[in-house]
Design a protein around this ligand. Structure first.
Ligand SMILES: NC(=O)c1ccc[n+]([C@@H]2O[C@H](COP(=O)([O-])OP(=O)(O)OC[C@H]3O[C@@H](n4cnc5c(N)ncnc54)[C@H](OP(=O)(O)O)[C@@H]3O)[C@@H](O)[C@H]2O)c1
Length: 333
């Protein structure tokens, strides 16, 4: 067993940047003093739960924004606020300096970036592609290779934070890839987020995001068990939420989601199908370095049960329903 010092000592420290508090005009004027000017024309592909508020914040900051989504109607509120629309990812990237993509999963991210009329077709030297979807490192490297073969730059930048932080411009960006592009889009990341980490080579941002969501998925599964057990032994689960919220294990997730979970309500902020996808990808990441992650593996099984119960599009806190069905099953034996 290595000592703590030697175990971690080979890991390089990331560069952490807090958000700038200045308005966008300040970034532009600060260009001559070393802060890179933000790109003039910005594209956004994927107007879902996360993409919509992120694009909205860019628009509110006065950015010249062009959007695309598979289901066009989700672009309409942004178009009514002044966003331009193009009918394919290729046409968005062809008309923009930098394009962000916020897509469901690895398959979709590859399809939108590299498929027919995909983003890569409109890319070229001087342009940049920033994929903020949660995918695995191999997918990110595949997309990076396709984008960079056009002469453009690539940055992976998955986000920590859910619907509300996206609305509030409080996301945390976990970036890796072309450092020049990172510098260039920093003012845009600061509009959408509260901090950003630059983690080096493509794949490191994806890995960091998967580890964060692996922890979160296990936390939610364990919290669900606690809520149900408290009820079963005659305690008030609302009081459990209060106790947890005041102690060392408190996390905003418990106090925001606990009360609705107790009422069997799961308004979607983070779809359960995406949480299960992230656990599946985290299992693959751990497998690639032969590390056991038994707690995450058990949690993954629970999310799979919840998906089979038709809960994919509910919030991930609906995983508690999978536990309820297991309890009912054990009671009928
Ligand atoms: N929600 C969160 O709290 C959260 C937080 C951090 C990270 N993330 C990650 O962010 C990404 C997006 O999450 P979200 O919550 O915004 O999910 P979402 O609402 O389900 O949005 C998914 C997006 O992907 C598009 N899409 C799905 N399948 C497609 C296909 N076959 N071809 C083209 N486009 C397709 C959807 O288009 P349509 O509108 O046409 O379906 C939509 O724009 C995921 O990788 C997720 O893991 C989510």
């Amino acid at each position: 067993m290595p000592s703590t010092t030697t175990f971690w000592s080979h890991i390089p420290r990331p560069m952490v940047m807090k958000r700038f508090s200045a308005p966008i005009s300040s970034y532009v004027s600060a260009g001559a003093q070393g802060i890179t000017d933000p790109p003039a024309r910005v594209g956004f592909l994927g107007i879902g739960i996360m993409g919509s508020p992120m694009a909205h914040n860019l628009l509110k900051a006065g950015i010249d924004l062009t959007v695309w989504n598979r289901t066009k109607s989700k672009c309409d509120p942004l178009i009514s606020l002044g966003a331009k629309y193009k009918p394919s990812p290729e046409e968005v990237t062809a008309s923009c300096d930098v394009t962000f993509a916020m897509l469901a999963d690895p398959q979709t991210a590859v399809h939108v970036a590299c498929g027919k009329h995909g983003a890569a077709n409109g890319m070229g030297p001087g342009k940049g592609y920033v994929d903020v979807s949660t995918v695995d490192g191999d997918t990110s490297k595949l997309i990076s290779g396709n984008i960079k073969s056009t002469g453009a730059l690539f940055l992976e930048a998955p986000v920590s934070g859910s619907k509300k932080p996206a609305e509030d411009g409080q996301l945390i960006f976990l970036t890796a890839g072309d450092r020049d592009l990172y510098e260039r889009v920093a003012p845009l990341l600061d509009i959408m987020g509260k901090s950003k980490f630059y983690l080096g080579d493509v794949g490191n941002g994806a890995a960091m995001k998967l580890i964060v969501n692996m922890i979160m998925g296990s936390m939610m599964a364990s919290f669900s068990e606690g809520l149900l057990l408290s009820e079963k032994v005659g305690l008030d689960p609302d009081v459990l939420v209060q106790v947890v919220s005041q102690g060392a294990i408190s996390a905003p997730m418990y106090s925001t989601k606990g009360p609705s979970m107790i009422q069997s309500l799961y308004p979607t902020a983070f779809p359960l199908k995406h949480q299960q996808k992230d656990l599946r990808l985290a299992l693959g990441l751990a497998e690639s370095v032969s590390q056991p992650i038994p707690i995450a593996a058990a949690a993954n099984e629970l999310y799979k049960v919840a998906k089979s119960q038709g809960l994919s599009d509910q919030d991930f806190s609906a995983v508690i329903e999978a536990l309820k069905s297991k309890i009912q099953h054990s009671e009928t034996k």
